[in-house]
Design a protein around this ligand. Structure first.
Ligand SMILES: NC(=O)c1ccc[n+]([C@@H]2O[C@H](COP(=O)([O-])OP(=O)(O)OC[C@H]3O[C@@H](n4cnc5c(N)ncnc54)[C@H](O)[C@@H]3O)[C@@H](O)[C@H]2O)c1
Ligand SMILES: O=P(O)(O)OC[C@H](O)CO
Length: 332
């Protein structure tokens, strides 16, 4: 049986802790705020993020990261990508030696332009084969109520990926393994930016043809950048690429799509941020990191560029649409 510490009790950390527990793993969930840990312990619910979901009786919760990490063979990192470095720096002295470190975050760090597995390796000082990532069409709320989905666990060490797969397989959650860490991470980070663009189109009142075009051309630019960074093209046709892109761009449950929709209806960035109630729309920061990464590798990412200009340079959404449609025509 896997002994797992899940660090981060937001929507996805709480849901994934439930998945692991339902799969038979021994799980301790760490919450930043003591009152959240206390509520999970005393009511079996996370009132902040999933108030109506009953968590498994065996799931433990604490706000003391040492207690969560004690004896763990697997450490799940479930905090937003821009705060992963600082959070992990506070936990690193207490990480059990040899434990697998699994990142759930979907983003690229601003300034360093590092993927989450790179941040984890650097801060924890562990080899690449000790770090894994999980990415796929995984809207937390649907999974929390037991709706079926699949995902990808990527690690350069196949045996570690298989151990993680066994630790979280349930009747409603089906993980596949992959050794293409770069591809899975780029798929997860990139789809949040493309979902912002889809949301903007929906907010402007545009229909299915437009969103299908954004999804398809969005996949093309994310894959182009991923391959330039060493990813395998076929990963982008899988769950961590197309799968997650379709789920996020189509679902009103997606925070990134919802954020984009508000911008498309004319809200300012600050207004959209306020409406998100502190929940993270990773694409808002990742668009800037991906754009810089693409420039460094001389890869064209026009949709990501447009999202960055709307979010951070004050460009109107209508101008972004005009610019994208005004680009020179070319073969597919
Ligand atoms: N929610 C989903 O459906 C989902 C699914 C798959 C992947 N993800 C990814 O998982 C990661 C975490 O997402 P989430 O949905 O759990 O986020 P969330 O906003 O619901 O929760 C974030 C958690 O991190 C904690 N945290 C610790 N330090 C923080 C800091 N400095 N700033 C903000 N929060 C901090 C918060 O207290 C909270 O427990 C993101 O990268 C997200 O893209 C989310
Ligand atoms: O709610 P979002 O937009 O952060 O997306 C959640 C998941 O990443 C979907 O797979």
């Amino acid at each position: 049986m896997a002994v797992v510490a899940v660090l981060g009790a937001g929507s996805w950390g709480t849901t994934f802790a439930k998945v692991l527990s339902d799969a038979g793993s021994e799980v301790t969930l760490w919450a930043r705020r003591p009152e959240v840990a206390h509520a999970v312990r005393s009511t079996g619910r996370n009132p902040e993020y999933l108030p109506d979901v009953q968590l498994p009786a065996g799931l433990r919760a604490t706000s003391d990261h040492r207690e969560a990490l004690d004896g763990a063979d697997t450490v799940v990192l479930a905090v937003p990508s821009q705060s992963l470095r600082s959070n992990l720096a506070g936990w690193v002295a207490d990480l059990p030696p040899g434990a697998t470190l699994l990142s759930l975050a979907k983003g690229v760090e601003l300034r360093t332009l590092e993927r989450m597995s790179e941040v984890v390796r650097e801060v924890a000082g562990v080899p690449a084969d000790q770090v894994a990532v999980l990415s796929g069409p995984n809207l937390a709320r649907e999974i929390a109520v037991g709706q079926p989905t699949a995902t990808v666990i990527a690690c350069t060490d196949h045996d570690r990926a298989v151990a993680l797969q066994q630790a979280c397989t349930t009747g409603y959650f089906r993980p596949y393994t992959n050794t293409d860490v770069v591809g899975c991470e780029l798929g997860g980070a990139g789809k949040n930016v493309i979902a912002l663009a889809c949301g903007m189109a929906v907010g402007m009142g545009l229909g299915g043809n437009t969103t299908a075009t954004i999804i398809t051309r969005g996949l093309a630019e994310v894959a182009r950048l991923g391959v330039a960074l060493g990813a395998r093209q076929e990963t982008f046709a899988g769950l961590a690429g197309l799968g997650d892109l379709v789920a996020t761009c189509s679902s009103p449950l997606s925070r990134n799509r919802t954020f984009g929709e508000l911008l498309g209806r004319g809200s300012t960035l600050a207004q959209a941020q306020e409406a998100a109630h502190g929940q993270v729309a990773e694409g808002v920061k990742t668009c800037t990191a991906l754009r810089e990464l693409a420039a460094r590798h001389r890869v064209e990412v026009p949709i990501t560029d447009g999202v960055h200009r709307v979010c951070h340079e004050g460009a109107p959404v209508s101008a972004m649409a005009r610019e994208l449609l005004g680009r020179s025509t070319k073969p597919e």
